[in-house]
Design a protein around this ligand. Structure first.
Ligand SMILES: *Cc1c(COP(=O)(O)O)cnc(C)c1O
Length: 429
């Protein structure tokens, strides 16, 4: 396939936008080459500026779970637009989507809408700190909770238990309040709790991780975190920005049966418009302004277009719950097909999957945390990514991202994907 116009547009974009993109992963730095520029999308396909049609396994990083330009979502937004696009005043629609989300998700009484997953996680942590009156938080290496300062932290050197900034601009002062544990390693959490007794406000985790590839929690890991939190008066925050309304109507909490104290959402909840949300028991949520002292606000929060898209999306998922099963089956079919091609060719690999999230890692050891994910062979990943792209299959341009299937994908699309892999699999040996 030819990507000439995309490359020209990228060159032009770089003159005016840092790196030519408004979010770094889009620049293809991890895989090389120029990003494609999208002209439009429909169902399972992206149509780029060169006239290529690509099968999309990213689904806008999750939101387009029903496929692109779903007619009901598109119509809802168009209709709403005619009544004005923002008021900064309450609307009934905000209550309707709140009620629906609370019906679908276990264990939450109240929900506040914001404009992104970043905002949701940042606000959830502030609420946890305000509620517990404690300062420190525990996060897991490789989990992503948006780009706010408290989360841009890497492991500290030597024996330090607190993290260090992993971006210039994040202060040491902020970094010292974020403690880093290792995914699927309960001892790493326990030792942080021991060393910082009485100081930890919350543990925040992707209950199924999707930002170091797809990584599942080991059996009992989430349950053990839940017990530790109860024992030490720490709030458990599930970042379900990726998994919420995707792995089940009620997200990981429903699918794996463990409840958090605060849950964050983004991606699917906005139906493709900029929306995030955080939710919890009334006891905790009532600490937010204007009822309580913890400040949080937003000019465009609860925006009518965003709420119309999100409400239509959630309603569609709630009323057609077979979508989740259908997505699971399609993803299992992809998993089986890719595994067979790779196994037959003798390519060393790992495939992790749950529901409609899946990722491939070119390494020998099981991928269970950031360290094992980082052992993947990136040269092979690049070959894999470009081999797919050349055949019209658009996979995430980084080995540290999960794929997000959408229900518009057909079995023919998946067969094409598997066949594409078989055409160049020998290069992956
Ligand atoms: C995408 C993502 C975020 C950040 O959401 P944005 O809308 O990009 O700000 C936070 N947490 C997780 C788990 C995510 O996948």
């Amino acid at each position: 396939m030819i990507y000439k116009r995309s490359s020209a547009l990228f060159d032009e974009a770089k003159k005016y936008i840092p790196g030519g993109v408004n979010s770094p992963v889009r620049a293809f730095n991890a895989v090389g080459g120029d990003p494609i520029f999208v002209k439009k999308a429909a169902g399972a396909y992206l149509h780029d500026e060169d006239g290529n049609q690509l099968i999309d396994y990213i689904s806008s990083w999750g939101p387009m779970i029903l496929g692109h330009a779903h007619p009901k979502v598109v119509d809802a937004v168009i209709e709403k637009t005619k009544d004005g696009t923002s008021y900064g005043i309450p609307t009934e629609l905000e209550t309707k989507i709140a009620k629906l989300a609370i019906d679908m998700v276990p264990g939450i009484d109240k929900i506040r809408f914001v404009n992104s997953g970043t905002e949701a996680c940042m606000s959830a942590v502030r609420l946890a700190r305000g509620y517990t009156r404690k300062d420190k938080i525990i996060k897991f290496a490789g989990c992503y909770h948006g780009h706010s300062d408290s989360f841009l932290i890497q492991a500290g050197s030597g024996g330090a238990t607190f993290g260090e900034p992993n971006s210039p601009g994040v202060t040491k002062g902020t970094a010292k309040d974020t403690l880093l544990a290792h995914y699927n390693n309960l001892d790493s959490v326990k030792s942080l709790i021991q060393k910082h007794k009485g100081e930890i406000a919350c543990i925040i985790i992707e209950p199924v991780a999707g930002n170091m590839g797809c990584i599942l929690p080991n059996d009992g890991f989430l349950e053990d975190l839940r017990s530790l939190c109860d024992e030490h008066n720490i709030l458990l925050v599930f970042d379900e920005v990726m998994t919420g309304f995707r792995l089940a109507p009620g997200g990981v909490q429903e699918r794996l049966g463990v409840l958090a104290d605060i849950v964050t959402f983004g991606k699917v909840v906005g139906g493709g418009l900029p929306v995030g949300a955080f939710a919890g028991k009334a006891e905790i949520m009532n600490h937010l302004a204007p009822d309580g002292p913890v400040y949080q606000a937003g000019t465009l929060s609860g925006n009518p277009l965003a709420m119309a898209a999100g409400y239509t999306m959630l309603k569609e998922l709630n009323e057609n719950r077979s979508i989740f099963e259908s997505l699971d089956k399609k993803t299992a079919y992809l998993h089986k097909g890719m595994k067979k091609v790779l196994d037959d060719a003798g390519v060393v690999h790992q495939i992790n999957r749950i529901g409609s999230m899946i990722s491939i890692h070119f390494c020998e050891e099981p991928v269970v945390d950031f360290k094992t994910a980082a052992k993947g062979n990136n040269d092979k990943f690049k070959t894999y990514f470009h081999g797919m792209l050349d055949r019209g299959v658009y996979m995430p341009p980084s080995a540290f991202e999960s794929y997000f299937l959408n229900d518009a994908l057909s079995y023919e699309d998946i067969d094409h994907t598997i066949k594409s892999l078989s055409e160049f699999v020998d290069k992956l040996k």
